[in-house]
Write a protein that binds this ligand. Structure first.
Ligand SMILES: Nc1ncnc2c1ncn2[C@@H]1O[C@H](COP(=O)(O)OP(=O)(O)OP(=O)(O)O)[C@@H](O)[C@H]1O
Length: 335
């Protein structure tokens, strides 16, 4: 069953050149316990999509969708307070820099104690304090932190980036969310730390039945256990579907370019760096091409690309392209 069901989500803002669709008819479905990865170059709208799910969109922008459902409930048309209550209870988010999320002035123990839902604790004041401590330790063990005494008494800046990210994950899962959104959670990490965080997230998804929406700029950082992927470019959907099908048999020239780029060594890349996939630059919001926005950079572009392509559905994937890759051009990826 799809927990998250988004159809034709559009976000429009006003610029000095008139209204601009920063997300243009984007679809996304995430099933229960599914790990779904959103891939796209800088500025493709990944974070905006996450914010739209959580309801953190600038109120001056126009948000429309045929469907923005969570657990069969229409988030877009519900009362704002009820929406905050539902998303606050069922969803959580972690970010690429855990230290921007953790409070530098409080110890890890203080922050984790605060994150434990009040309703989980019963009994006298003393009993609640002891219970909180037990739950904090249990949370830290759940995210793979073994030396809990030392971590509990530490301030975030005293932790390595890997442990700090584990702490931020512990805080995010303290209220047992059903959906965890992770915005580039492993960028700028050592490969071994990155693998640890991936293993941890996969384990949490399996043991807690938690769905995950991972966000990344490059295919090389797609979690090995991702079930499905969605590729965005400049606010438009390029290709989506089963990860293995999309990576083994990409249909869209953009997917192919992203896969080609993933073979480069991107380990040493700073967060939010622009990684070129195709010749040319990502257009600014004021100068978005009409039709398929990849057009001016696309090796397959032809005249009809000034029209937005319709979706083509295959068995395990779908793509939006007038001129998909010829079968002999599709490469088996190293995913
Ligand atoms: N508050 C804002 N005001 C104006 N434009 C914005 C704002 N937030 C995002 N945008 C624009 O919307 C587009 C999508 O931004 P978004 O942050 O979602 O991209 P992204 O894919 O997450 O990129 P990155 O990987 O660099 O975080 C970009 O062109 C960005 O400049």
């Amino acid at each position: 069953m799809n927990m998250l069901d988004i159809r034709n989500l559009t976000i429009e803002m006003d610029t000095s050149n008139g209204p601009v669709k920063i997300l243009d008819k984007v679809n996304l479905q995430v099933g229960e316990g599914e790990i779904h990865t959103l891939v796209g170059e800088s500025g493709s709208g990944k974070s905006l999509l996450a914010k739209a799910i959580l309801g953190f969109i600038n109120p001056r922008w126009r948000v429309t969708a045929d469907r923005l459902w969570w657990n069969n409930r229409d988030l877009l048309n519900m009362d704002a307070a009820l929406r905050r209550q539902i998303t606050g209870r069922d969803m959580a988010m972690i970010f690429q820099n855990p230290n921007s999320y953790l409070d530098p002035n409080s110890t890890v123990g203080e922050q984790l104690r605060e994150a434990i839902p009040k309703g989980d604790l019963r009994g006298t004041f003393i009993r609640k304090m002891v219970d909180k401590r037990t739950r904090v330790v249990r949370l830290l063990h759940r995210v793979g932190v073994k030396d809990h005494d030392q971590v509990i008494d530490s301030y975030p800046f005293e932790l390595s980036v890997g442990v700090a990210q584990k702490v931020s994950i512990a805080m995010a899962i303290a209220h047992r969310p059903k959906l965890l959104i992770a915005d580039e959670p492993t960028t700028a990490m050592e490969p071994s730390t990155r693998q640890q965080i991936y293993r941890l997230l996969t384990r949490l998804s399996i043991t807690q039945g938690m769905s995950m929406l991972m966000i990344t700029q490059d295919v090389a950082s797609v979690m090995p256990d991702s079930d499905n992927v969605t590729l965005l470019y400049c606010g438009q959907l390029m290709e989506a579907g089963n990860k293995q099908a999309v990576f083994d048999q990409p249909q869209h020239p953009y997917t192919e370019a992203m896969l080609r780029m993933s073979l480069r060594d991107t380990d040493a890349v700073e967060p939010k760096t622009h990684l070129p996939t195709l010749p040319g630059a990502i257009p600014t919001l004021q100068h978005l091409p009409i039709g398929c926005r990849l057009g001016p950079r696309c090796p397959n572009a032809q005249k009809d690309c000034v029209m937005v392509p319709k979706v083509t559905r295959l068995k395990q994937q779908s793509y939006h392209c007038h001129h998909p890759l010829a079968p002999n051009k599709r490469r088996k990826s190293a995913s």
